[in-house]
Every structure is written in C-alpha cells, then in structure tokens.
Design a protein around this ligand. Structure first.
Ligand code: DUC
Ligand code: ZN
Ligand code: ZN
Length: 482
C-alpha cells in the first residue's frame, strides 16, 4: 500500500486548527507532526502533496442516509453504488444507512436485504442503523442480538407515519427498555403522526393540495410535543440514550436543550436543509415545483410561523445555528433520501400527501456547513466536530473514523478554502436524481482531494475510486454519553 505525505496544510480537529504534516502509510494515518518533521522520509513516500493554503480534515461521516429506501410507493433513487460515489465527491468517507424492518417482517430479513444491497457496491465505508417498524417480542430480542453481534447499536423508531413505520408509546417504551438493557441508542423520528394525519385529511378536504401544505400540516409544536414525549419515555425507560433525528424546529430544540441541561443523554442532529432552506423559497414555489423539497420533518417558514415562539427574535434557522454552536445539536447529517421529480415526486400531483418524502444531499453536507463557517455561524473546529468527529463518537466508530490521528483510518479530505463550488444539475451534481435541492448555489470552498483508507477517491476533479472499495463497519456502543 502506498505511503503518502500531506505537507504544509492546516489540520482541523474539534480542539484546534494546527499547521501539521500528515503521513499516511497504507490504510492508516501513521503520524502527524510539525511542518518539516517528515522531510527526511519524503524520499520513501510514493506521493507528496503540498497542501499549503488548504485545510486537512477527517473524511466526513454522514450518519443518516436512505439508499434505495422503499417509501411512498417507490424507492429512493440512489443505490449504494451511486449514493456512496456522490458522497465521496462531497468529502464523505463513511455513511450509516438505515436498514429497514417493516411491520410484520423479520428484522434479520430486513438487515440481510440491506447487506445484499450494499455489499460490493460502495465507494466508501458504510455501517447500518436498524429501523424497527414493528416492535414485538421477536424484534425486541433481535435488537439485543444486533447490538451484541452485528455491530448495529442504534435503532430508529417513528412517532410519525401511522400504518407504515409508526410505533405507539407503549411500543416505544418497550424498545427503549430493551435498548437500555443492552446499551444501545434509540434514534427517534419525533413528529406526532396521528395528529398530522388529521391535519392532512382536513387540508385535502378543503382542496389545499399544493406541496406547501406538507409543511403547514406538520406544524412545529407537533415536532416539539413528540420530542418532549420521547424524552419523557426515555427517562422512564431507564435513561436510555436518545438521539432525535432531523430536527427542524426551534421549539423542539428547546426540549432537547432542557433535557441536556438536566444532564440527560439526549442528543439531536439537524440537516443542511433546515439550516439554509425556507418554506417560502422552496416548498412554497408556484405549482408543483415545491415537491422537490418535500421531506419530513418539513422545511419551515423563515420567520412568520404562527406556531413558533422564537428565541431572541430569530426564526427556526437562527435557533438551529445557535443550537449547533451550543452543542444542543451535536451532529449534522443529511437524511439523504433522493427522489426524481419525474415519475417519483410526480406521484403526488394534486395531493401533497402522496409526494415521496425526501431530499438528496449526501454530496453537499460538508460544503453547505462550511458555508456556515464562512457566514460566521460556526467555527472551523465545530464544522469538523459536527460533521466528522461527533458522528463517529456518537455511533461507536471512534477513533477509527472522524479524526486525523496516528492509528486512525486514513480517511482524509484536503479542502481548498480559496476555491468555490457551484452546485447544480449541470455543475457539481453526482447523485442519481434529475434535480438538485441546491440548484445554483455557489459555495465558498471546494473538496480538493479525498482519501478513504489511504486510497485516493477524488483527485484533480476526477473520481478515481471504485465500487467495492467500501467495507462494512461493525460499530460499538456510543462513545458520547455523559
Ligand atoms: N423523512 C424523509 O424525508 N424521508 C424518509 C423518511 C423520513 O423520515
Ligand atoms: Zn425520519
Ligand atoms: Zn431518515
């Protein structure tokens, strides 16, 4: 395996931005040292990269993706092959995808299907969470087995989507008790599904069928209420670690902040769409255009959400950026769940509730959150912490992943802060979808070079990786608990 020296760059970690050289030997980072430290070993290197003026960061870790998810009468349009390649283009070197067990199905069958879909297909390393869509005695037993033997130590439950993935409070409590026994993490889609279903039926009966009603029928108090209920249930279940996924609302964030203030193992993630996009500019576009941004939780109103009591005069987005700074939000993921406009989003023409829920974004998370650094919302350290290091620690992959340190996997991204990235279907766009949620966005900064376990995947604006390079990562328990 080649030896690579990356010299003269600024290495970023959660604890600082330090001028350091990085020596890669085979699949691992062999050493990190002061500039010039490795001059004598340059001769023995297969490649020396001068990263002067550039950042050297750990490969991104996206802990929430849905490749080929069956949903809304169709399948998410990225396979593990196309989606993991797009991830590499975005400086992501590890994903955790959501394996699915539906009501009435066997957990092991669902997991086996996910291994079959991913095995030999991925450009980057991958792991799984397990969705438990049917909590019963058997699936509870299976949760323990997966945690102890399969490297799957986190389970996603849904308080939304009655009849599809939904669990009632009793089922949630039982799954939480089981997770508490075996040390696993519960991930929660926190929205009050039964109440949302009533609002959806009422909107459709009124003839309010446009995409924007997707957001109006999922008001933020129903996210906040479900978040609160999940926190209470996790407490009653023996303080099981709880991780709220795709948080979009300031009032929901307040529930997490309050629980964390009380020292609870309650965590949350948000996604770039909630930090940057608003109902007015996306879902609210005329005609059916807004369907491109139908996802759940929904993108929210800029500032005039009648249900939201903002903090210090900010809307939801201001709250979320503040939450990221304060570690009320520990992680940024994407909830990557792409659907094409043609034939997929179009399933919901004339009925917003039939639009498949999801936005594709696995390629753009590192770019979009870096833009938060440029905008003064986050520090460089916090960018790396929320997109690389904490995701790895939260889900039991540290220090193999998420950090540039001797002994860690050589998942390394060289980032050029002096370049720009234009996102769009005819610009930078490698996900398998016929549109981009970020069409026309110009981002400061650019993915320059991407290494996965010492192998270059992106180099000189070319993808030189290969499917099958990515390995399944058996995860341990969370390393982020208080
Ligand atoms: N939200 C989405 O937008 N898509 C898939 C599932 C989910 O919870
Ligand atoms: Zn969800
Ligand atoms: Zn999801």
């Amino acid at each position: 395996m080649p030896k690579v020296l990356i010299k003269n760059g600024l290495v970023i970690s959660p604890t600082g931005v330090i001028a350091n050289d990085v020596l890669i030997d085979g699949e691992k980072i062999a050493a990190v040292g002061a500039p010039g430290w490795f001059t004598s070993s340059e001769q023995g290197c297969d490649r020396v990269i001068d990263a002067a003026g550039k950042y050297v960061i750990p490969g991104g870790v996206d802990v929430h993706t849905h490749m080929e998810l069956p949903f809304g009468g169709t399948f998410a349009s990225d396979t593990f092959e196309t989606g993991s390649r797009a991830a590499a283009w975005g400086g992501v070197t590890t994903i955790i995808d959501m394996a699915v067990q539906r009501y009435g199905e066997n957990v092991f069958d669902g997991l086996a299907e996910w291994h079959r879909k991913a095995s030999g297909e991925c450009a980057i390393d991958y792991a799984f969470h397990q969705i438990i869509g049917g909590v019963d005695d058997q699936s509870l037993k299976d949760m323990k087995y997966l945690t102890e033997h399969e490297g799957i130590s986190s389970f996603k439950l849904f308080m939304a989507y009655p009849g599809v993935f939904y669990s009632d409070d009793g089922q949630i409590l039982k799954a939480m008790q089981t997770a508490a026994e075996c040390g696993a993490m519960i991930m929660m889609h926190a929205e009050n599904g039964p109440a949302i279903d009533v609002l959806v039926q009422q909107a459709l009966a009124r003839g309010d069928t446009d995409p924007r009603y997707h957001s109006y029928t999922r008001p933020s108090p129903l996210e906040a209420e479900a978040t609160h209920r999940a926190i209470v249930l996790s407490h009653v279940a023996g303080n099981v670690p709880l991780y709220i996924v795709h948080m979009s609302a300031g009032d929901a964030l307040n529930e997490v902040a309050a629980a964390r203030h009380h020292g609870r193992n309650v965590f949350a993630e948000t996604c770039p769409q909630y930090l940057w996009l608003t109902l007015e500019e996306t879902l609210g576009q005329p005609g059916f255009e807004g369907s491109k941004w139908v996802c759940s939780t929904p993108v929210r109103s800029r500032d005039n959400d009648p249900h939201h009591i903002g903090q210090m005069g900010h809307g939801h987005q201001g709250d979320l950026w503040k939450g990221l700074r304060m570690n009320e939000l520990a992680v940024v993921s994407t909830d990557h769940c792409p659907f094409c406009f043609k034939d997929q989003k179009e399933l919901g023409l004339g009925n917003f509730s039939a639009i498949p829920n999801g936005i594709g974004g696995v390629e753009h998370r590192m770019e979009l959150i870096y833009q938060g650094v440029v905008a003064g919302e986050l520090s460089l350290e916090r960018w790396v912490e929320t997109c690389c290091t904490t995701p790895a620690r939260m889900f039991g992959m540290y220090p193999q992943k998420g950090i540039i340190a001797p002994g860690s996997d050589a998942d390394v991204v060289i980032w050029d802060p002096n370049n720009k990235t234009k996102i769009g279907i005819n610009d930078k766009h490698h996900m398998n979808m016929d549109h981009s949620a970020w069409e026309g966005w110009i981002i400061d900064g650019k993915v320059d070079t991407v290494f996965s376990r010492g192998v270059a995947l992106i180099d000189n604006d070319q993808y030189i990786g290969r499917k099958g390079h990515g390995k399944y990562i058996k995860r341990g328990l969370s390393q982020y608990l208080v």
